[in-house]
Design a protein around this ligand. Structure first.
Ligand SMILES: [Zn+2]
Length: 125
């Protein structure tokens, strides 16, 4: 099995509903998202996937959230924008595209959201 991993950052605001504590008030994070892909076969160039292509798939998902209040953007108008839910969102948004691009050769293994340097949440299936 081969894996490739790309990280990217974005800054955004959020607050948690149905939650008592610091995070119930609007505040910002310099988020980092780390996506790892996996597959058994490499392409003709010996790559699982060109890093550029993964970044290209991640970019629109990030741009939708960057410098926004995440709570104002679907599906987070209903869904709480916790690190866990953000990790699941990034997983879904990138996995479908990558599977299509590679005709199922490559899929997302896991997606980790860093709210801070020391606090992360990961989603995988
Ligand atoms: Zn927070």
């Amino acid at each position: 099995m081969y894996e490739v991993t790309v990280e990217a950052g974005f800054s955004a605001g959020h607050y948690l509903r149905n939650y008592r504590g610091k995070c119930e008030n609007p505040h910002g994070h310099n988020y980092k998202v780390r996506i790892t892909l996996q597959g058994r076969e490499l392409d003709a160039a010996g790559l699982l996937l060109d890093f550029k292509q993964l970044k290209h798939v991640m970019r629109p998902v990030i741009e939708r959230l960057d410098h926004q209040m995440i709570n104002d953007i679907a599906p987070f108008t209903d869904l709480n924008p916790s690190a866990e839910n953000l990790a699941h969102y990034f997983y879904d948004e990138t996995n479908l595209q990558l599977r299509e691009m590679t005709e199922g050769r490559v899929n997302v293994k896991d997606c980790t959201i860093y709210e801070t340097d020391t606090t992360t949440a990961t989603y995988y299936e």
